[in-house]
Design a protein. Structure first.
Length: 254
């Protein structure tokens, strides 16, 4: 369920708005958008939509849970004839009386699914949109307090769970971390966002040093290729660090 929610909220919007020339004659309604890369216009339109989607994913589950509890309290009030006496009831059987007075079940599996889907969307795009980190903090803050309030006040006493669901959910974190690295590399590969050459300096030349000798002047294109090589080396180092982090830290947790 978490994977389907991530695909629906974080991947479909990306596929719809991106454009691939080879898919122009296809009957599928994907990869026919207005953007071929992560340009500044993409962040203004699609990026803002993703931020709004994450905000709705953060608020709507809690709004639905609170609304259900309000409806449940209204049913309980009607059953007690709008009094505070819990001995008054319209129910005829013990089963019906307990059902209207003991609250709903606390669905722990849905909480984990919602958490994983929001984390996946946030970490996929947060490399270039760091405001999503703020949304993630806001999500965990309100989730903790609202679930705590509902659990102690309205929900039934939950059954005893072991650590299986928590450990199984934790096993997905390494894939979310790799997803974050992949989204970071793809988004920052666009030189229009972070140009390797300053505007207005495209035709300038620079002098490079080789040991004690000074080489001839080189073109800006050669400098750009050199900087791109440095970027690729940095990405390789980051990927190696992530792999080592997974191998020696995350893997020991499962």
């Amino acid at each position: 369920m978490a994977m389907l929610s991530f695909l629906n909220s974080g991947v479909v919007i990306l596929l719809i708005n991106f454009k691939l020339d080879s898919m122009s004659d296809s009957g599928l309604p994907i990869l026919k958008g207005d953007f071929k890369k992560f340009s500044s216009e993409w962040y203004r339109t699609v990026g803002s939509t993703i931020c709004l989607t994450v905000l709705f994913m953060t608020l709507m589950p809690h709004a639905a849970n609170i609304s259900m509890q309000v409806l449940f309290c209204a049913k309980r009030c009607w059953d007690r004839r709008c009094t505070c006496d819990n001995r008054k009831t319209r129910k005829l059987t013990q089963w019906d009386y307990e059902d209207v007075n003991t609250g709903n079940e606390f669905m722990l599996e849905f909480r984990y699914s919602n958490m994983l889907s929001i984390l996946a969307v946030i970490f996929f795009y947060s490399g270039a949109m760091p405001i999503l980190y703020v949304f993630g903090i806001f999500f965990f803050f309100i989730t903790y307090w609202i679930d705590k309030w509902l659990l102690f006040t309205y929900y039934k006493k939950p059954v005893m769970f072991d650590s299986y669901i928590a450990r199984k959910s934790l096993s997905w974190f390494k894939w979310i971390l790799l997803l974050h690295c992949g989204g970071f590399i793809v988004m920052f590969s666009n030189s229009e966002i972070i140009p390797l050459v300053l505007p207005g300096k495209e035709k300038t030349h620079s002098t490079i040093y080789k040991g004690d000798a000074v080489s001839e002047e080189v073109s800006t294109e050669e400098i750009v290729r050199g900087k791109q090589t440095q970027v690729y080396v940095a990405v390789l180092i980051v990927a190696s660090f992530v792999y080592a982090l997974y191998k020696y830290f995350f893997k020991s947790c499962f």
